[in-house]
Design a protein around this ligand. Structure first.
Ligand code: NAD
Ligand code: MG
Length: 398
């Protein structure tokens, strides 16, 4: 029986890689729904190739998509709009698998809707988990959703963990001999920049990642190491560990995607060429394995793997993420929201690169922390942190 897939964020980098794998396995998967915020012409092209039942776009873009689909003879594709549309496809009874690949907080409600509908949820949208934390993890348990990490590092960790890690965790026998998680980081395009050089880098330079081709926001996050900060928090939630349990290792070649250490002295690593199609295919088919176009690793060509400690002086993001995770409560929500606003401001050249972590730090220091009881608290905090971060952006930009 083929599985019906809903791709939230189909026009993005992860969305496109997902579609590429689905196209390779038409007997296993059908595309039920695709969504996009912009690039409506590309979305129509996707509809032409994959013929989903539903497409979701912002209300203001429905007419544009409708006319494009009409021209293509695809008027039978239903068009839904906005958050309600995203949630409707994410929880739709005909859907088996949801790829959560919207960028940022906008993906929270649809991702959570998929979790609450008990789907197999392939989690790329790390911001949704960082901001909602235990609420999403608890929902996954309550509604028997299969929340599988697509982020390459977390997917690697998942592959290196003992088979019964999550069952043991639930039965009060935690860790099964796991002693440490080693989260690898490429270090981004500015790994060897001095603090002075960092002050003058441009959005174009920040978006040019040495190993991965990704959306703009995550590219900037990789350059500031905010991405690794978000991933540290993501790992704590996914694998039920404290922040001290996760060590960040800078590994510029991005061949080892992360590692798990055990009490007997073993270190297990997952390796591969840096291509998101591998973790996407893994999460789609797990526990089976399916083919991708990604070539097998050639270690003779790779020749060298290097490792170093992250420099939290030039890249304070990791320190801030650890602080947010230690604080608990809504601190990670503040961390994420302040970062989203700062990254957008940097991309618009309203603030400098090194001001991104400064604004995040200010927001974490100034805003009152509180317990993250429920979604309303999370959403209210997210909004407040955005307003505050905008105020700092305006102050710095003037
Ligand atoms: P992207 O910018 O290329 O694509 C984002 C997608 O989300 C697009 O389809 C866009 O239309 C949609 N979108 C944007 N804003 C939206 C909104 N407000 N409402 C609804 N839809 C919206 O981003 P990406 O690089 O594909 O990353 C997507 C997610 O996956 C991010 O959370 C990122 O951190 C994560 N991720 C990406 C990679 C990667 O290699 N690109 C790797 C690991 C994790
Ligand atoms: Mg990653």
């Amino acid at each position: 029986m083929s599985q019906a897939v809903c791709i939230l964020g189909a026009t993005g980098s992860i969305g496109q890689s997902t579609l590429k794998i689905l196209a390779q396995h038409p007997e296993r998967y059908t595309v039920f729904a695709v969504t996009a915020q912009s690039r409506i012409v590309e979305l129509a092209e996707i509809c032409k190739q994959y013929h989903p039942k539903v497409a979701v776009v912002p209300a203001a873009k429905v007419d544009h998509l409708a006319s494009l689909l009409l021209e293509l003879g695809l008027a039978d594709i239903e068009i839904l709009s906005d958050q309600a549309g995203l949630m409707a496809v994410a929880e739709h009874s005909e859907v088996d698998v949801v790829m959560a690949a919207i960028v940022g907080a906008a993906g929270l409600l649809p991702t959570l809707a998929a979790v609450k509908a008990g789907k197999r949820v392939l989690l790329a949208n790390k911001e949704a988990l960082v901001m909602s934390g235990e609420i999403m993890m608890q929902a996954a348990r309550d509604y028997s959703a299969l929340l599988l990490p697509v982020d390459s590092e977390h997917n690697a960790i998942f592959q290196c963990l003992p088979q019964h890690y999550f069952d043991a965790e639930r039965n009060g026998q935690p860790k099964l001999g796991v002693s440490q998680i080693l989260l690898t980081a490429s270090g981004g395009p500015f790994l060897n920049h001095s603090l002075e050089q960092l002050q003058n880098v441009t959005p174009a330079q920040a978006c040019k990642h040495p190993n991965w081709s990704m959306g703009q926001k995550i590219s900037v996050d990789s350059a500031t190491l905010m991405n690794k900060g978000l991933e540290l928090i993501e790992a704590c939630h996914l694998f039920a560990v404290e922040e001290q349990f996760v060590t960040v290792v800078v590994h510029p070649e991005s061949i080892i995607h992360s590692m798990v250490q055990y009490v007997d002295g073993s270190t297990l690593a997952q390796m591969g060429n840096p291509d998101m199609c591998t973790p996407i295919a893994h999460a789609l088919a797990w526990p089976e394995r399916i083919h991708t176009h990604v070539p097998a690793l050639n270690l003779f060509a790779t020749a060298q793997l290097n490792f170093q400690e992250p420099d939290t002086h030039r890249f304070p993001a990791l320190k801030l993420a650890r602080q947010a995770m230690k604080n608990g409560g809504v601190s990670p929500t503040i961390f994420n929201a302040a970062n989203e606003i700062s990254v957008a401001a940097f991309l618009q050249q309203r603030i400098g690169f090194t001001q991104i972590p400064q604004i995040v730090e200010q927001c974490l220091n100034v805003m009152q922390n509180q317990a993250a009881h429920d979604l309303d608290v999370i959403i209210a905090t997210d909004q407040q942190a955005r307003v505050l971060a905008q105020q700092y952006v305006m102050k710095l930009g003037s």
